[in-house]
Design a protein around this ligand. Structure first.
Ligand code: ZN
Length: 197
C-alpha cells in the first residue's frame, strides 16, 4: 500500500537504500525531484546513468576512472619506482590534493575485515603482486589507521616484504581517522614521516 502512488513510493524506496539517507530524507529528495522542472530531472537521471555506465576501474591501479589506464597511470611524469597502496579512490584523491606525492597508486578497494567477511581474495592484492617488477623500489602502505587498516598493512608486509621495501605512513593521522577528511598538510607530513615496516 502506498500513500503517494506507486511511482513516487518507488522513488522514495530507492533513495532510502542509499548510504546515509533515512526514510525522511528519502521522502524529501523524492518530493524535490517530483517538483523539479522536467529537463532538470532528466539531467539528473542522465548524470546518474552516464556516471554508472562510463565509469570503470583502471586495469593497473584499480582507481575509478573513465579511461583505461587512468590518466595518472598513463602520465609519463609520474615516478614508477614508488607505489602507494590506499583503500579507495577517495583516499587517492586526498593524497593527490597534497601535491607532494609523485609516484603511482594501487587501490585495494577495501580493507581486510573479518567482521564484514572481507578477506584478501576480495581485494586487489594479486594485482599488486603482478606490478612489482624491478622498477618498483618502495611500496607505501597508506591504509587508514583503523584496526582493519593496520591488519591490512601487516598482511601486505608479509605478502611483499621479501620482494620490495614496504613503508607505512606516519601517525600524524588520528587513530580511527578517515584519510579522506584529514587536511592536506597533515597528510603530507604523514607521508614524509613514513617508516619501514
Ligand atoms: Zn591507474
Amino acid at each position: 500500500m502506498s500513500l503517494y502512488g506507486k511511482y513516487l513510493q518507488n522513488l522514495i524506496e530507492e533513495f532510502s537504500r542509499l548510504p546515509g539517507i533515512g526514510s525522511k530524507s528519502a521522502a524529501r529528495l523524492a518530493f524535490h525531484i517530483i517538483n523539479m522542472e522536467d529537463d532538470k530531472a532528466k539531467k539528473l537521471a542522465n548524470a546518474i546513468l552516464e556516471a554508472k555506465i562510463s565509469t570503470q576501474y583502471c586495469g593497473l591501479c584499480f582507481a575509478i576512472t573513465d579511461s583505461n589506464p587512468c590518466s595518472l597511470c598513463a602520465n609519463p611524469k609520474r615516478l614508477k619506482n614508488t607505489i602507494m597502496v590506499v583503500e579507495d579512490s577517495r583516499d587517492m584523491a586526498a593524497y593527490e590534493k597534497t601535491k607532494e606525492y609523485k609516484g603511482l597508486y594501487h587501490i585495494l578497494n577495501g580493507v581486510i575485515s573479518p567482521m564484514l567477511g572481507i578477506g584478501p581474495d576480495q581485494l586487489k592484492f594479486k594485482e599488486l603482486l603482478t606490478r612489482l617488477d624491478d622498477s618498483v623500489e618502495e611500496v607505501i602502505v597508506a591504509t587508514n589507521p583503523t584496526i582493519e587498516g593496520e591488519a591490512t598493512a601487516m598482511y601486505l608486509k608479509k605478502l611483499i616484504g621479501s620482494i620490495v621495501k614496504v613503508t607505512r605512513i606516519a601517525h600524524g593521522i588520528p587513530v580511527g581517522g578517515d584519510l579522506e577528511y584529514v587536511d592536506e598538510v597533515t597528510l603530507a607530513r604523514a607521508l614524509e614521516g613514513r617508516r619501514e615496516l
